[in-house]
Design a protein around this ligand. Structure first.
Ligand code: HEM
Length: 257
């Protein structure tokens, strides 16, 4: 019979558990110190960095460039917020005013828009590089997982930002996107099992995303809050974990000799 202590010990020996939690916390001074060195929030800087861990010809610098694009987007995005109201009656004209009335407004808007396209492209190249150099293998499998979430978050930032100008492109993208949500199994009213689970157009995932049953004011407000607050916040936290983890996994992987 398995008792709870056995199960705990087996979970701790599991390969997935060990890829996330490197150190067992026992109460010695050394273990407590290691627990602090190994925690991104308590000890951001690495205890040691190996020489040559950042060779450009191996990494292409694509992760760093992705981060750089993100910083540009945060800065230009905050400035854009000064000129924009997330309401159906004002959003589109705010963007046109920004382009044609505000000094350098067109540059500001395009820095943000092209910066977003750029980030999506470079994050995919970064992932491609990591895959081609086999850097997803142990001990980096956890960081690959964090990366996959960052990739999804990057796409979500791009998608939610697309609606904010309230132009035809954005309007129809959100219409199609949320209709896909309506057809999702277990979540949407048009998806499989919806009758069994009593899912209707008024309590499904589409309704939650739109804040109603139509693409209207609430949908714009929700996309705006996801875009400017929730997704960037989660992304920043995960980026810190990602960078810290590169260090904790012994620096960037090395090419085979
Ligand atoms: C917002 C998105 C991301 C940012 C800002 C970011 C940033 C970085 C940076 C700065 C590095 C250091 C090495 C380098 O520059 O190549 C790195 C390494 C790494 N990244 Fe990302 N990354 C992102 C997304 C991803 C994605 C989508 C994946 C894969 C699914 C991924 C997996 C990894 C792995 C496994 C490493 C370690 C590579 C090695 O040791 O050679 N990252 N990342």
């Amino acid at each position: 019979m398995n008792n709870p202590t056995d199960i705990k010990e087996r979970v701790k020996k599991n390969i997935i558990w060990k890829s996330i939690f490197r150190r067992d916390y026992r109460n010695t001074v050394r273990d407590r110190a290691q627990a602090i060195f190994g925690n991104v929030f308590l000890h951001l800087h690495p205890v040691q960095v190996r020489e040559g861990a950042v060779k450009l010809r191996f990494t292409w610098g694509m992760g760093g460039i992705t981060f750089f694009a993100f910083i540009i987007l945060v800065i230009t995005g905050v400035v854009l917020m000064f000129y924009y109201h997330p309401s159906v009656s004002q959003a589109y004209s705010d963007i046109k005013d920004l382009e044609f009335q505000v000094p350098f407004g067109v540059i500001l808007r395009n820095l943000h828009r092209w910066g977003a396209h750029f980030m999506v492209i470079v994050v995919m190249i970064h992932m491609f590089r990591v895959f081609m150099t086999g850097s997803y293998k142990a001990p980096r499998q956890f960081n690959w997982g964090v990366g996959v979430i960052l990739l999804v978050l990057t796409f979500m930032l791009s998608f939610t930002g697309y609606l904010t100008p309230w132009d035809q492109l954005g309007f129809w993208a959100i219409t199609v996107g949320t209709n896909m949500g309506a057809a999702t199994p277990l979540l949407g009213y048009q998806g499989p099992f919806s009758e069994f689970l009593h899912i209707t157009p008024f309590n499904d995932v589409r309704f939650a995303l739109l804040g109603g049953s139509r693409v209207a004011d609430n949908a714009l407000l929700r996309a705006y809050i996801w875009h400017c607050v929730a997704i960037p916040l989660v992304s920043v936290i995960l980026m810190f974990v990602h960078f810290w983890r590169v260090r904790k996994d012994g620096g960037i992987s090395k090419p085979h000799k």
